[in-house]
Ligand binder design. Structure first.
Ligand code: PEP
Length: 251
């Protein structure tokens, strides 16, 4: 999208120990100044590594995000983390509504909406994930599903600074299968239209829409070259700095 700085964000899921963070950082440093003006690069490590990543990333080439947050700022929620805590640890963004959270933790749009609001309350960018299952695609329900998730999961007041949308077809996550460029284009165009209708032509036109689902260096050019694709949310391939950079460098 013209005038929009792309974002390539890695989602480490439940992977990574302290050593992985420093290894990743050294790999990145190996790329030297090439990175400075690249596309925005972000890693969303497990919450145990957010602080370590933030401390290693004070040169602004790499920003740090988290993978989930609780909707409340504090309280009796054993094991949960608030958006404020993540911000305090150095995160600038948080993924909400990832399909693995929607499936494994039964998160619905209402909860994702509350988590996105919490992210904003803490000054974080919310990376809101949407995407259809394989069954929904077969039934021709992809746009309905994505439209409902957008309407239900994104609070009023979204801007290009506080919101990133990630389109992640559930059947493409971790499977090696990807939609065709034509299918990606159709869904991203649809999301763009909805964002413009709701948040205004200009603001809605600048909100980044990432594609996610089995992105790797070898298919990045095709997928990221599609209209209205403003970057990628990368799972498996983000664990290796060279692969995440390989994807980012397609821009
Ligand atoms: C994800 O889970 O956000 C993702 C895109 O995973 P993968 O790249 O491994 O398909």
């Amino acid at each position: 999208t013209p005038g929009v700085r792309p974002l390539v964000a890695g989602n480490w899921k439940m992977n990574g120990l302290k050593a992985s963070a420093s290894e990743f950082r050294s790999m990145l440093d190996g790329y030297g100044e090439d990175l400075a003006d690249l596309t925005g690069l972000m890693v969303c490590p497990p919450a145990t590594l957010v602080l370590a990543f933030a401390q290693m990333s004070q040169d602004s080439r790499l920003s740090v995000g988290a993978q989930d947050c609780h909707a409340e700022p504090s309280g009796a929620h054993t094991g949960d983390l608030s958006a404020e805590m993540l911000a305090d640890s150095g995160a600038v963004a948080v993924i909400v509504g990832h399909s693995e959270r929607r499936q494994n933790h039964n998160e619905g749009d209402e909860e994702v909406h509350a988590k996105a609001s919490a992210a904003w309350r803490a000054g974080l960018t919310a990376i809101v994930c949407v995407g259809e299952t394989e069954y929904e695609r077969q039934e021709g329900e992809t746009l309905d599903r994505v439209g409902n998730q957008l309407a239900g999961s994104i609070p009023d007041g979204a801007t290009a600074d506080n919101l990133v949308v990630a389109y992640e077809p559930v059947w493409a996550i971790g499977t090696g299968n990807t939609p065709t460029a034509t299918d990606v284009a159709e869904v991203h165009r649809f999301i763009r239209t909805r964002l413009r209708e709701r948040f205004g032509a200009e603001e809605g036109g600048r909100i980044r829409i990432l594609y996610g689902g089995s992105v790797k260096p070898s298919n990045a050019e095709e997928l990221l070259g599609v209209d209205n694709v403003d970057g990628a949310l990368v799972g498996g391939a983000s664990l290796k700095a060279e692969d995440l950079l390989g994807i980012a460098m397609t821009y």
